[in-house]
Design a binder for this molecule. Structure first.
Ligand code: AMP
Length: 397
């Protein structure tokens, strides 16, 4: 059985076609600049030359049509016809309080995704466009919505309520939802499987450290806490997002810089994080290079980033009354051995965490990186959100 996974942004569409028997990627690609001049599809298939198509894509339906054309093309395609594709799994950012699970798309599901535009203004409209484009281009094919918020919907009340008047939860659903949920669910379960931990009782902290960064605590794969909140702004310091901040900062900047709340939030989302602190870049590699060359604020930004990761690990160890395993994942987590080592050894040695330098000298590969006498096992577990979406899609159809 083959499942197509689609992740739509407002002007982009990423896809992977996955063979579920082998859980292998048959083809993947990216449509860029949808609705903008210079649209481009880049398609890569196992054992075939990369294919680039620069046909204009005025909307997502045209992009989806080009994706299916590429997948079925006699030269660079991987299937004879769309009939070989059993269903389409869509990444959807926000499911609000309505969805605690992935779900087959119906009119009612689309209505709720639309109702959540307010909660995910950048992503939900694009995610819905992707679903509707598929309905139009391949009518009758089942679409499944996999929400980034599903993992966080399993949090206990003490973790998801904000300490603000409850009427705002009741009226607007203001609560901690958490994001990167597909990744946290996937990596926490994979850590248990790979590490041969107790499937029911293992207390696992997953550090998803990428351009967006978040951290979660779970017991036996069930969410206990997670660092992102109502939106992906809360929690860790990220490439461009501030993470946790005193809400009064918003008021202070707004008053002193004559800005609206929306404008300040834009600064916190897009111009802050390691970019805002260092003034160099949102890309951790650039910030690391700048720090090596003596840029003080680049060094502080990296220190602050690692410090906050460690603070959350400490907090989550308390939340679970202990921790059995810590897993690092995503761009920084999978590639940056220095961050993994410093987070663990600069701050967590009191927990008995010890990194084995030779094991830690690895990128993007499933591996135990802690020493044999570490009291907490530390792993590198590459995330695979597309596979997680495909598995959910398969399960539901
Ligand atoms: P993601 O959002 O998961 O794709 O992660 C992207 C981030 O990973 C970018 O900020 C990259 O700079 C970072 N990254 C990738 N490779 C490395 C590396 N070798 N060292 C540090 N950061 C890296």
């Amino acid at each position: 059985m083959k499942i197509l996974v689609i992740n739509c942004g407002s002007s982009s569409l990423k896809y992977q076609l996955i063979d579920m028997e082998k859980e292998a990627v048959l083809a993947k690609g990216l449509c860029e600049r949808i609705g903008i001049d210079g649209s481009k599809l880049t398609h890569k298939a196992e054992g075939k030359e990369d294919f680039v198509n620069e046909t204009p894509m005025p909307d997502h339906s045209v992009a989806v049509k080009l994706v299916f054309d590429a997948l079925t093309d006699s030269a660079h395609g991987v299937v004879q016809s769309v009939d070989e594709i059993s269903a389409i799994g869509h990444r959807v950012l926000h499911g609000g309080t309505k969805f605690t699970e992935s779900i087959v798309v119906t009119d009612e599901v689309k209505k709720v995704i639309r109702e959540c535009f307010d909660l995910g203004p950048l992503h939900n409209p694009a995610n819905l466009m992707g679903i509707e484009a598929c309905e139009k281009v391949v009518p009758g094919k089942k679409n499944v919505a996999v929400f980034d918020t599903t993992f966080g919907m399993g949090l206990p009340e003490k973790a998801y309520y904000y300490a603000i008047p409850t009427e705002y939860y009741e009226k607007y659903g203001i609560r901690r939802y958490g994001f990167h949920g597909t990744s946290h669910a996937f990596v926490s379960k994979e850590t248990i499987r790979f590490g041969q931990l107790d499937p029911e009782k293992a207390r696992v902290i997953v550090c998803h450290l990428g351009n967006g960064a978040s951290i979660s605590a779970s017991i036996g794969g069930r969410a206990v806490d997670t660092s992102m909140g109502l939106t992906p702004l809360e929690g860790l310091i990220m490439g461009t997002r501030s993470g946790d901040i005193d809400a009064a900062v918003v008021q202070y900047i707004a008053n002193h810089e004559n800005k609206t709340v929306d404008e300040v939030l834009n600064i916190l989302n897009k111009k802050s994080g390691v970019l805002g602190m260092s003034g160099v870049s949102s890309d951790f590699r650039d910030v690391e290079n700048a720090a090596r060359e003596g840029n003080h604020m680049a060094e502080v930004a990296l220190d602050a980033f690692r410090y906050r990761v460690a603070k959350y690990i400490g907090a989550y160890a308390a939340a679970m009354n202990g921790v059995d395993a810590i897993a690092f994942t995503a761009g920084v987590g999978e590639n940056d051995k220095v961050t993994r080592k410093l987070v663990c050894e600069q701050y967590l040695s009191f927990l008995g965490v010890k990194i084995d330098d030779e094991r830690n000298n690895v990128r993007g590969e499933e591996r135990l990186i802690s020493a044999d006498d570490s009291s907490v096992k530390v792993f590198l577990i590459p995330t695979n959100e597309e596979l997680a979406i495909a598995r959910d899609t398969l399960r539901l159809i």
